[in-house]
Design a protein around this ligand. Structure first.
Ligand code: SF4
Length: 322
């Protein structure tokens, strides 16, 4: 069952040079209790998609349903109880935490904002329980963010996101600012919490090796559009969009015998401002034809696999030729 249903979602920004299509006609579902990985290079619109989805940014048009209810047209008052169900974990835990607040104050803040504790004792108990859940030692309760390492700061961010008992969390590059040794601990924590609380995640990252560990389904974004989406195994075994193939080729292989070659993309990135109706990857795609430069491909299911979608005129022809 889908917890999140997005249809034709657009988020455009007016700039002096024209309309910037940050998120352009995105349609996808996220199943309850599952993780949708969203990958793509910087500026592809993945973070804007996450923020628009939980209404930190207003959408330009399109539909977002949460638990079957349309949320785009809700007033602030109607949306307030839904907001507690949809939380976000940010990339840079240091930048997203107020340095003047202690660990306990930071974790208590959302609980106080929504008046979820009846008194100080209940608030302290809730903060303590959240610290236990995310693996923060209680002796750190009066510490400040600058006294903690990146992993502990991100654990505070996760505790804040959990404090309102959400169903859905947008994890926006939650491990990319952390040392590699700490990344695995935070990923494992997120997966344990998901199993325990049946959480649903949108996990945004530019790192394909990270997304592989945590995702059930993956969608690949390029210049505001989804160009491929599939179950994670299918996407890793059989990527069909030339951009997804290039992203996957960049994953290091721990073997000197591997013959895998990295695909280096050449050509300029097309401007996301007032883009022409054509394939947005055409300027960098080694397989581009006149059709690609003149008409925009649809995101269509692959023949024989209705859950694998690709936005490419030539995907099936190229796959058959390999
Ligand atoms: Fe390349 Fe054409 Fe496919 Fe775009 S539609 S990815 S340019 S082959």
């Amino acid at each position: 069952m889908a917890l999140i249903e997005i249809k034709n979602l657009k988020k455009y920004y007016t700039t002096p040079r024209g309309l910037l299509h940050a998120v352009d006609d995105v349609t996808l579902d996220i199943e309850k209790g599952k993780t949708l990985g969203v990958v793509g290079e910087s500026g592809c619109g993945k973070s804007t998609l996450g923020k628009t989805l939980i209404r930190m940014e207003d959408s330009t048009s399109g539909s977002i349903k949460f638990n079957g209810k349309e949320i785009t047209g809700m007033s602030q008052r109607e949306f307030k109880p839904v907001r507690t169900q949809m939380q976000m974990i940010f990339q840079d835990p240091y930048a997203s935490l107020d340095p003047r607040m202690s660990v306990s104050q930071l974790i208590a803040e959302p609980i106080q904002t929504y008046h979820l504790a009846k008194d100080k004792k209940e608030l302290d108990d809730m903060v303590g329980a959240l610290m236990d859940e995310v693996g923060l030692a209680r002796r750190l309760v009066n510490s400040y963010p600058h006294e903690l390492d990146g992993g502990r700061r991100q654990r505070i961010g996760i505790a804040r996101a959990l404090s309102l008992n959400p169903e859905f969390i947008v994890c926006d590059e939650p491990v990319s600012a952390l040392d590699v040794s700490i990344q695995a601990q935070i990923l494992n924590l997120l997966m344990d919490l998901q199993a325990e609380k049946n959480l649903t995640y949108m996990f945004i990252t530019h790192d394909m090796s990270v997304v592989k560990h945590i995702s059930d389904d993956i969608c690949v974004m390029y210049l505001g559009q989804v160009v491929e989406k599939a179950n994670y195994q299918e996407l890793f075994i059989n990527p069909m969009h030339p951009y997804a193939q290039a992203l996957l080729s960049a994953i290091p292989v721990p073997s000197i015998h591997s013959k895998k070659e990295r695909i280096i993309l050449k050509g300029e990135i097309t401007s996301p401002i007032d883009p022409k109706p054509c394939c947005r990857f055409a300027a960098r795609c080694p397989y581009a034809t006149d059709q690609c430069r003149e008409t925009e491909p649809e995101l269509k299911p692959v023949t024989g696999n209705p859950s694998h979608f690709v936005k490419c005129h030539r995907a099936e022809e190229l796959a058959a030729a390999q």
